[in-house]
Design a protein around this ligand. Structure first.
Ligand code: PMP
Length: 439
C-alpha cells in the first residue's frame, strides 16, 4: 500500500470525508503549476480557481514574506491594533484598481464568503434599503447566508433568508427565457430584474450581487452588454452593484478585473482567492462615500487581517504588479490558444456541448446529446475525479448541473502544459464516448 492509500484510509476514519467528495490525492508540496503527492506523483494544476494558485503555487517572494513576518509577529489581528503590514496590503490592493475615485477604501476579511456578507451589510447601511438581489446560478460562498444564495442550494437550507430576491442570469447556452440570441436573453433578464425591483421588492432593494462570470455556476459568460444595461437600471433606483470577483479577479480573464471587460464600474468589489497567494483573506473595496456608512463595531474577526496574512497579500500583489504585462499577455495568449485547441476537441467529441470563457477562465460543458443538451453530469465528474486525475491533470467540475469542466491553469501556464491537458481531455472524452456509445 502506498503512502496515499495509508493516509486516505486514516482520513476516512477520523475526518468527515463525506464532506470532501473531491480529488482523492494527498498533497505534499506544490510549485508553479505542479502539485506533488506524498508518493511523488506530479499533477498539473488546472483548477487554480479553487486552489488559489492564480500566479502559480508559491510565487517568488511569498514564502519569504510570510517567514520574515512570522519570526516577528503571529498573534493579533488588524482590528484591535494596526500594523504596517495592514497599511502595505491596503495600498497594494487599491493599486490594482483603475479608478481611484471609485475605489479608494478597503476592508479585509478572512474568506470570500465573509467578504460578500460585509458587502451586503455595507449596502444595507448605505442605502437603508433591505432586499438583496442575487442572480440564479451565482455562487458566493457557503456560510449560512451566502450558502442560501447558492445556485445549487438545497432543500435542507430551508426557505430563503427574508429579503432575498433571486432573478434570472442570462446564461446564453441555456437561456432561462427559451432559445434566443445572447443579447436578447440579457435584455430579458434586465427587464425581469426591473420588474422585481418595482413589483416584488417595492423599490426596497439595497444591492444586486453577482459574479461577472459565474465560476461555480459553470463559467457562464453573460452577453457583452448585459452589465451596462443592468447598471443603468440599478442606478435609476439607487441600488448598489456588488461584483464578486473572488474567482475572476487579478488577471484571470486577461484584465486585472473582469469588470473592465464589461464596460461597467461596480460600486463594491469583493476579491479573494488568487490575491492572497493561498492565505485566508478577502478584500472588500469601494469608495469613501459608501464605506463611511459603516459604524464602529459593525465588523470584527479574531484572526482577520493579521500581519502574517497581510504580508502574504502584499507579496502576492507586488509580484503581480511587477509582472503584470507579462502575466496578462500570457493569460490572453494562452487563453486563445487553449480555446483554439478546445474547439478542435469540440469538432471531434460529441460529448462537448459548448466551450466558453475569457482569458484563462474557461468552461467545457458536457452533454449527452447536443440537440437536447441533456447534461452529462456523471461523465463530467468521472473525467475530473478519475480519468484525468490518473493521467496527472487536476480539473474540477462546476455548473448548475455539475456538467462543466473548469479549465483554469495559473497565469504562468506554458503551451506545453496546455497541450498535455488537452491530450488528457481528448483521451478521457474518447474513452467515455466509446464506453457509453455517445455519437
Ligand atoms: N465567491 C465566489 C465567486 C467563489 O468562487 C467563492 C469560492 N469558490 C466564494 C465567493 C467563497 O469564497 P470562500 O470559499 O473563501 O468563502
Amino acid at each position: 500500500m502506498g503512502r496515499t492509500e495509508e493516509i486516505l484510509k486514516e482520513l476516512d476514519e477520523y475526518l468527515m470525508t463525506n464532506l470532501y467528495p473531491t480529488h482523492r490525492i494527498v498533497v505534499r508540496e506544490a510549485r508553479d503549476i505542479y502539485v506533488y503527492d506524498v508518493d511523488g506523483n506530479a499533477y498539473l494544476d488546472f483548477m487554480t480557481v479553487v486552489t488559489t494558485a492564480l500566479l502559480g503555487h508559491n510565487p517568488p517572494g511569498l514564502a519569504d514574506a510570510i517567514t520574515e513576518t512570522a519570526k516577528r509577529l503571529i498573534a493579533g489581528n488588524g482590528y484591535n491594533w494596526y500594523t504596517e503590514e495592514l497599511l502595505n496590503a491596503a495600498k497594494a490592493v487599491l493599486s490594482l484598481f483603475p479608478d481611484r475615485n471609485m475605489y479608494n477604501k478597503v476592508h479585509f476579511k478572512l474568506s470570500g464568503s465573509e467578504g460578500i456578507e460585509l458587502a451586503l451589510k455595507i449596502a444595507k447601511r448605505y442605502t437603508k434599503n433591505t432586499y438583496v438581489m442575487y442572480l440564479m446560478g451565482g455562487y458566493h460562498g457557503r456560510t449560512y447566508l451566502t450558502g442560501s444564495y447558492h445556485g445549487m442550494r438545497r432543500k435542507e437550507y430551508g426557505p430563503l433568508p427574508p429579503g432575498t430576491l433571486i432573478a434570472p442570469f442570462p446564461y446564453p447556452y441555456r437561456c432561462p427565457f427559451g432559445d434566443m440570441p445572447p443579447e436578447e436573453c440579457g435584455k430579458a433578464a434586465v427587464e425581469t430584474i426591473e420588474y422585481y425591483i418595482n413589483y416584488v421588492a417595492i423599490k426596497d432593494v439595497c444591492c444586486l450581487v453577482t459574479e461577472p462570470i459565474q465560476g461555480v455556476g459553470g463559467i457562464v459568460v453573460p452577453p457583452k452588454d448585459f452589465f451596462e444595461r443592468l447598471k443603468r437600471v440599478l442606478d435609476t433606483y439607487g441600488i448598489l452593484l456588488i461584483f464578486d470577483e473572488v474567482q475572476s479577479g487579478m488577471g484571470r480573464t486577461g484584465t486585472t478585473w473582469a469588470f473592465e471587460q464589461f464596460n461597467v464600474k461596480p460600486d463594491i468589489v469583493v476579491a479573494a482567492k488568487g490575491m492572497t497567494g493561498g492565505l485566508p483573506a478577502s478584500a472588500v473595496v469601494t469608495r469613501k462615500e459608501i464605506a463611511s456608512a459603516m459604524q464602529l463595531n459593525d465588523e470584527h474577526s479574531t484572526f482577520g487581517a493579521s500581519a502574517l496574512i497581510m504580508a502574504a497579500v502584499k507579496a502576492t500583489v507586488d509580484y503581480y504588479n511587477m509582472h503584470k504585462e507579462e502575466l496578462l499577455s500570457n493569460a490572453k495568449r494562452m487563453g486563445e490558444y487553449a480555446m483554439k485547441r478546445l474547439m478542435e476537441l469540440y469538432d471531434k467529441h460529441p460529448l462537448i456541448g459548448e466551450v466558453r470563457g475569457l482569458g484563462l477562465m474557461i468552461g467545457i460543458e458536457l452533454v449527452k446529446n447536443r440537440k437536447t443538451k441533456e447534461p452529462a453530469t456523471k461523465e463530467t465528474s468521472d473525467i475530473c475525479l478519475n480519468r484525468a486525475l490518473k493521467r496527472g491533470v487536476l480539473f474540477v467540475t462546476s455548473g448548475w448541473n455539475g456538467n462543466v469542466i473548469r479549465f483554469a491553469p495559473p497565469l504562468t501556464v506554458k503551451q506545453e502544459h496546455i497541450d498535455k491537458a488537452i491530450d488528457v481531455l481528448d483521451k478521457s472524452l474518447g474513452e467515455v464516448e466509446r464506453e457509453e456509445n455517445i455519437k
